[in-house]
Design a protein. Sequence first.
Length: 288
Amino acid sequence: MMVRIRTMARLTGIREATLRAWERRYGFPRPSRSEGNNYRVYSREEVESVRRVARLVQMDGLAVSDAIAQVSHAPLDGLPGVDRLTARFWPAARLMDTEEMSRVLSNARDALDVDTYCDGFLLPLLREMSSWLDVAREHLASSLVRHRLWQVLLSVESLALGPRALLACPPGDFHEGGLLGLGVQLKRKGWRVTMLGADTPADALRAACAQVSPDVVALSFVQGRERAEFQSLLEEALRACSPLPVVVGGPAARAHLMTTFNMGAQYAESAEELIALWNQARSAQNRP
């Protein structure tokens, strides 16, 4: 893949004038010249190198010269496995290259263990998408990543008699990536998982609780909400799940911790914390 400077600017967020200035001042990037019209053209690797420089400058606070030096001394082929795969994924996502994104995801699945594949690769991709992609590209890329998380969740065997967790997102919340990651972690720890997924109404929660009798219900609040709306949704969920214990997580829940605790729910950041809360509840019930 070779792209011209206008596409390079769109893919990386670095203006054309800035790219030309970097080329004059630092010798970076180093485009080829197209035959005939002598336009600057850049390879996929150069696109990703510029993106890495932009990230070091914008997110890590490095000076441009230091960021370029760091990228130049650590070419893409020399990066650790997860970093190299991530570096391949973003240019493909910006070009809406579904085949290349699928290849990267398959390469990651084959090269990484399950925990690294989910926690170190797929979930970080989902968390960063809104920072690097517009709405259309984010929608396409996130659907591919969520599909891979579903595949992992379904492939992990759980103990036949293990405790059961019912997992869901509240109404209007379609960000189920973190919930899928939680499901994978719980299944790997011997739990059984019933995944209702995104945009789950209270009636569906009530019906699922009656059907599968989970040991705990986990709700993921990602979509930002005002306190009154968050309180209303959580109140409906607690009524639907009563008397089962409810644990909430996600950035929207983190923003309303006091409301969460006052309403009788618990908050957890990880599968380990959820399991610890469940064990505490069991111990309290068994006390004379």
